[in-house]
Design a protein around this ligand. Structure first.
Ligand code: ADP
Ligand code: ZN
Length: 760
């Protein structure tokens, strides 16, 4: 009907047929933008898969995986594909020359949706989950209809008939058949298959090998033990009070099994479930476990998936498809367009990797999960064997409910932990390289018992420092204030901050003598040492150097799981929540690196890290053993670890935090001031410090950043501490106001200010 009071204009073109963003999503974006003092545009950019974000400079190419003849196109769409066929690659700006400007985005979106074209970004992606095409017969053609169909095909289309017969010959238990096998076995050309697909008799299913399998949920969930069942019931009761629940259960108490039972309840009600894990790596093992129970109701979502795939999952979530009823993902899965979210599980809630550090928005996914959950009135479960101090504090203040499990499943004992005093061992000449003799002996015993060993060293490469013994020159990165790490296998020195790398020098670049000595050790060296010490065993390494390839992480883990590897050396990557059956011994090479890290949370983090590493030992049946090498055996945190005393850690920390006005007793906002020109950094930080001082009580700094120069930019930091009770919004407005004035000063134009709210 024509409106009465104003003139209408015709609709030129529809950009998206359906909105791709929901209201709750938008609320979350706005919340993040305002809480983390980030422009809304950056939040949206972080949230949307790239191909949703078409820009002037976005380049488009034809999708080679699709045959254009199979896609029906409008005239305008055809024009675009034709142009792309000739030019190979065009930007949206280029296309404006021969298409009506206002229509372009709509046309492009439609072409992408039809699979005819892709953005160049998608093509260039490194990580491509391997996809395979399966063929399935349409349900309508089963039973009586099938006979009729076969009869008619046998007469009219003998090739199609033969292909179909081959399909049934290969098919097992009604499962889809791999396209390439069908074509191979039948020896019939793909055009015949296409004809059957076009008729709607067969259809294609594209799947990503890591994600979905067609085993419809093959296993039932384990029955819960009594203790687990009680905890599950307590969780359900606690949810009635509409507060988040913190499940504090020791490692291997079966938290994951409890999540599984809980998730089932929400699926039964037809609700969506978000299962957050701190690291992409963790999805690999978990998805194997969950798929057995939930079949293809589960989808994995994280930034390493291809754009196309993320787009697919996005739409599935939005349409409440059963294929994505459970989303297992890293922090970015918060941003999906949920419709009917019933439960959020935040596993390993204490993990630092929930915090996005770079780029903006610098949000904490655990905290934002709670916000998101509130928008949906969803239940929220945080789980950890070593909860973060702030979450535990929230249970003490009754903001969260606390549920505890103090026993491992099947009463397996917590691992036996021993501290190995390196100072003493060195004195008594009981070390061999980086190992104490005791550690070597225990590794030997464990291997002889046909069990596996994990060796933890939180530093990659071979040696982190190279120094000339004649002139004292230290090999440093020319762009950053850090020493270069030796990667012996590649014969290179690398900067772990900017990626700078050079051939390993033969002589000292300062004095010319061949006297460079490398000290300290990383995972590469430990692996090399172990190969020498245990030549008849397989020793693998898991760190960001060995997991560059798309499947490498999975391969290393699978080999270890299948006991093809005896010893696995790794960084913190292997600490988090992995579940191995045969690990008898865990060795921590050097606890001091953790304990003496300059950060107010060093003690909490060391405790968490060490307890988590220890938790990988002896998870099933027998008690495992953990050896921690250190030069400071009497460090209080080590005593807490020895006694697995979370309470002691918490009480000690909370007192210190109170005394020194640290979170959760204060809120922190950190500013990094960066520029290539040191003087500008100094002046800018002074200016900001003065302005902040006028408005806030506690402003610390400016001080040098932990690494005072990265990629040729000098960095200073200023820290504001606020009373948690103060009205954050007003405080944040003041900050924005100051930064605004700052940006208007011409002299500081090049200076970059990075704001980090809750910088931990
Ligand atoms: P957590 O998540 O607390 O570290 P998991 O859920 O991974 O613990 O459980 C540790 C191990 O014990 C896993 O291999 C798991 O399959 C097994 N397990 C836990 N609960 C049960 C149960 N009720 N029945 C059988 N196996 C169980
Ligand atoms: Zn560098």
């Amino acid at each position: 009907k024509k409106p009465l009071h104003y003139e209408t204009k015709p609709i030129l073109h529809i950009v998206d047929k359906n909105p791709i963003i929901t209201e709750n999503q938008w609320r979350l974006f706005e919340f993040i933008a305002s809480y983390y003092l980030t422009p809304l545009g950056l939040v949206v950019k972080a949230a949307l898969p790239g191909s949703f974000m078409l820009q002037h400079e976005t380049y488009l190419v034809l999708n080679n995986e699709q045959n254009l003849e199979n896609i029906s196109l409008t005239d305008d769409e055809y024009l675009v594909t034709e142009a792309l066929e000739l030019q190979k690659m065009l930007s949206i700006k280029d296309l404006e020359k021969f298409l009506p400007k206002k229509k372009i985005i709509g046309i492009i979106n439609s072409l992408i949706e039809k699979g005819a074209i892709k953005t160049l970004q998608e093509i260039k992606e490194k990580y491509r989950p391997k996809t395979e095409i399966y063929i399935q017969i349409h349900e309508n053609y089963l039973g009586q209809n099938l006979d009729n169909l076969l009869d008619s095909l046998a007469k009219k289309a003998p090739k199609q008939y033969r292909l179909l017969m081959n399909f049934f010959k290969i098919q097992r238990q009604g499962k889809p058949v791999l396209r390439k096998i069908l074509l191979q076995e039948s020896g019939i050309s793909s055009s015949v298959l296409k004809a059957l697909v076009n008729k709607g008799i067969l259809y294609e299913i594209k799947t990503n090998v890591d994600r979905i399998n067609f085993e419809k949920a093959s296993n039932k969930a384990y029955d819960l033990s009594n203790i687990q069942n009680q905890s599950l019931n307590k969780i359900i009761q606690a949810f009635v009070q509409e507060k988040p629940v913190l499940l504090h259960g020791v490692t291997s108490s079966g938290k994951t099994e409890i999540y599984i039972h809980l998730i089932q309840k929400y699926l039964d009600r037809g609700q969506q479930v978000l299962y957050l894990v701190p690291e992409i790596a963790l999805t690999t093992q978990l998805v194997q476990r969950l798929v057995k129970i939930f079949g293809n109701k589960i989808a994995v979502y994280h930034s390493k998936y291809s754009q196309q795939e993320r787009r697919e999952i996005w739409m599935q979530v939005k349409e409440e498809s059963s294929k994505a009823q459970i989303i297992l993902g890293a922090r970015s899965s918060l941003f999906l367009p949920f419709q009917n979210l019933g439960l959020i599980v935040v596993d390993e809630e204490h993990e630092v990797s929930y915090k996005q550090i770079q780029p903006s928005p610098r949000y904490n996914a655990r905290d934002m999960a709670i916000v998101l959950g509130r928008f949906f009135n969803a239940d929220i479960l945080l789980g950890s064997a070593t909860p973060s101090v702030e979450s535990y504090f929230n249970t003490q203040r009754k903001k969260y409910q606390l549920i505890e499990i103090t026993q491992r499943f099947a009463n397996v004992k917590l691992p036996y932990i021993e501290v190995v005093d390196l100072k003493m061992a060195k004195k008594k000449k009981q070390t061999e390289g980086n190992f104490s003799r005791q550690v070597i002996a225990e590794i030997d015993t464990t291997l002889k018992q046909k069990k596996q060993v994990i060796v933890f060293q939180n530093r990659r490469g071979y040696a982190p420092v190279g120094q000339c013994e004649d002139c004292g020159h230290v090999l440093e990165c020319p762009h950053c204030d850090v020493s270069l790490t030796l990667h012996k296998h590649q014969n290179k020195l690398k900067c772990h901050y900017c990626g700078y790398s050079i051939e390993k020098p033969v002589i000292c670049p300062a004095c010319g003598n061949p006297s460079i000595k490398y000290s300290g050790f990383g995972t590469e060296q430990i692996q090399a040492d172990l190969i020498k010490l245990f030549p008849q065993h397989t020793i693998d390494r898991l760190d960001s150097d060995t997991t560059r390839g798309k499947n490498s992480f999975k391969n290393i883990l699978t080999k270890f799981q299948n006991f093809e590897t005896d010893i696995l050396v790794g960084t913190q990557m292997l600490v988090k929540g992995l579940d191995f059956e045969h690990v008898g011994l865990v060795v921590v090479m050097n606890a001091d690196q953790l304990l003496f890290f300059p950060d107010f949370r060093a003690d909490e983090r060391s405790f968490q890290m060490l307890m988590q590493v220890a938790g990988r030992a002896g998870r099933k049946k027998e008690q495992g053993k953990v050896l921690i090498q250190t030069f400071n055996p009497s460090h209080p945190v080590l005593q807490m670890v020895l006694n697995a005393d979370y309470q002691k850690m918490y009480q000690t920390e909370i007192q210190l935090r109170k005394q020194y006005f640290y979170p959760p007793f204060s809120r922190m906002i950190n500013f990094k001031i960066k520029d290539r020109n040191l003087q500008k950094v100094i002046d800018a930080s002074e200016w900001l410090k003065k302005s902040f001082d006028n408005h806030f009580d506690t402003v610390l700094g400016p001080s040098d950043a932990l690494i005072p120069r990265i990629k040729n930019k000098y960095i200073k930091e200023i820290l504001i501490k606020l009373q948690p009770s103060s009205n954050l919004n007003t405080q944040k407005l003041k900050i924005l106001h100051i930064l605004n004035s700052f940006e208007n000063i011409a002299f500081f134009k090049s200076v970059e200010v990075i704001i980090d709210v809750d910088p931990y």
